[in-house]
Design a protein around this ligand. Structure first.
Ligand SMILES: *Cc1c(COP(=O)(O)O)cnc(C)c1O
Ligand SMILES: [Zn+2]
Length: 388
């Protein structure tokens, strides 16, 4: 099977090798560049879930895929929750129902498939929990080994899940960035692949399927706002690329929603950059937050995220821990859906956008429900989340 893509640097446009995880020339983040004719005709020929969009994904040499049934997640409308915030049509895309409980399975499935096709034997990742669990699961499924560096402050339930999935868990003291540094140091060359969700272009490419599913489900209606809890921006950037690619491939006029990024007040570099009109994130002071999944001080994809915010007319908004906990509880009580705090941050962000008049009652809003409640039971559960 011939490749349908190349890897290029988003900064200097240099072409990269398919085993690189960042640009060797300038250190920039890599991106898929599509080659050859766009897949014609029916895109989603058969099946459900992520691989339904296989012709739109970066093809692997051997053509073998690694799957656990990811994608194809339900979209549910939360009228009661919406009414509390003077909103109308709010849909939650339940990424929490993916095989390991978060949207990161979409990226891990594509990345693991790619890694196996390249003959890689070992995956290295750093994660506050969910990406680690996804990489561990798909590595196991693919017959690869995995080493996951986690901040020592990561929720116990997440660390336990990674270990159960057969990966080696290496706790790293200090801030989230320390785990990333340790992982980079451990990732060598050859058969060991740095599978970082914050860098890896194949991981982000898997996220385009999140957009494809929304387009297929809501094509005619369209979406006014897409609200995403954003740390490194794999979903934010990947979903945006999905909307654009669908439009390019099908030639249809798909409306790209306004992309709304939600961060925690404790760690909001994108909000700081957005508010000051900067092209890249400024250095920030980080404070502990219950939303550990979006605690990324220097997101490698920051420039892409900021440009998508501007292109789509979106905003970046920061929310307090108390708002996150309140909306988590409200959603569970009113709608029967339990999300982890990082995912509930999106709802807290939407509540703010509604109060600020950015999102209006007559508009259609989709919220990425990125992770399941059991991942991080919180203070009422048996394994409290303990931010540093
Ligand atoms: C990883 C994660 C996010 C943020 O994803 P990024 O790709 O880092 O922006 C949001 N919610 C949950 C539950 C996550 O695990
Ligand atoms: Zn470069």
């Amino acid at each position: 099977m011939t490749a349908n893509h190349r890897l290029i640097c988003t900064l200097c446009r240099e072409e990269a090798d398919r085993t690189d995880w960042r640009c060797r020339a300038c250190g920039g983040v890599l991106q898929i560049a599509w080659t050859g004719p766009a897949p014609a005709g029916r895109i989603a020929a058969h099946g459900r879930g992520l691989w339904r969009y296989r012709p739109l994904l970066p093809l692997m040499g051997s053509g073998e895929i690694v799957t656990l049934g990811e994608g194809g997640t339900p979209l549910v409308w939360i009228e009661r929750w919406a009414a509390v915030h003077q909103l109308g049509r709010v849909g939650l895309k339940l990424e929490s129902l993916n095989p390991t409980g978060s949207f990161k399975d979409r990226g891990a499935a594509v990345l693991a498939s790619h890694a196996r096709a390249l003959g890689i034997e070992r995956l290295i990742e750093d994660s506050s929990g969910n990406a680690g669990a996804s990489i561990a699961a798909y590595a196991a499924r693919a017959g690869l080994t995995a080493v996951i560096f986690v901040p020592a402050s990561a929720p116990t339930a997440k660390r336990a899940q990674i270990a159960r999935l057969g990966a080696e868990v290496v706790p790293i003291a200090g801030p989230r960035a320390a785990a990333a540094e340790a992982a980079v140091a451990a990732a060598g060359r050859g058969a060991v692949y740095y599978a970082a969700h914050n860098w890896n272009p194949y991981f982000a490419a898997g996220m385009a399927t999140f957009a494809y599913e929304l387009i297929e489900e809501l094509g005619e209606t369209g979406i006014d706002h897409l609200v995403i809890p954003t740390g490194g921006g794999s979903l934010f950037v990947g979903a945006y690329d999905g909307f654009v690619r669908w439009r390019d491939v099908t030639g249809t006029t798909v409306r790209v929603p306004r992309f709304q990024a939600v961060q925690s007040v404790g760690c909001a570099p994108l909000v700081a950059a957005f508010q000051r009109g900067l092209d890249d994130v400024p250095p920030i002071v980080r404070h502990p937050t219950v939303a550990g999944g979006i605690e990324i001080e220097r997101p490698p994809r920051s420039r892409l995220i900021l440009s998508i915010l501007r292109t789509t007319g979106g905003t970046a908004v920061a929310v307090e821990d108390a708002e996150i906990i309140a909306e988590r509880e409200r959603l569970a009580e009113l709608e029967g859906i339990d999300l982890e705090p990082t995912a509930a941050a999106a709802l807290a962000g939407l509540a703010r956008l509604a109060r600020d008049g950015v999102v209006r009652r007559e508009e259609t809003v989709i919220v990425a429900a990125t992770g399941a409640g059991w991942k991080d039971p919180g203070p009422l559960g048996s394994s409290p989340s303990r931010p540093e």
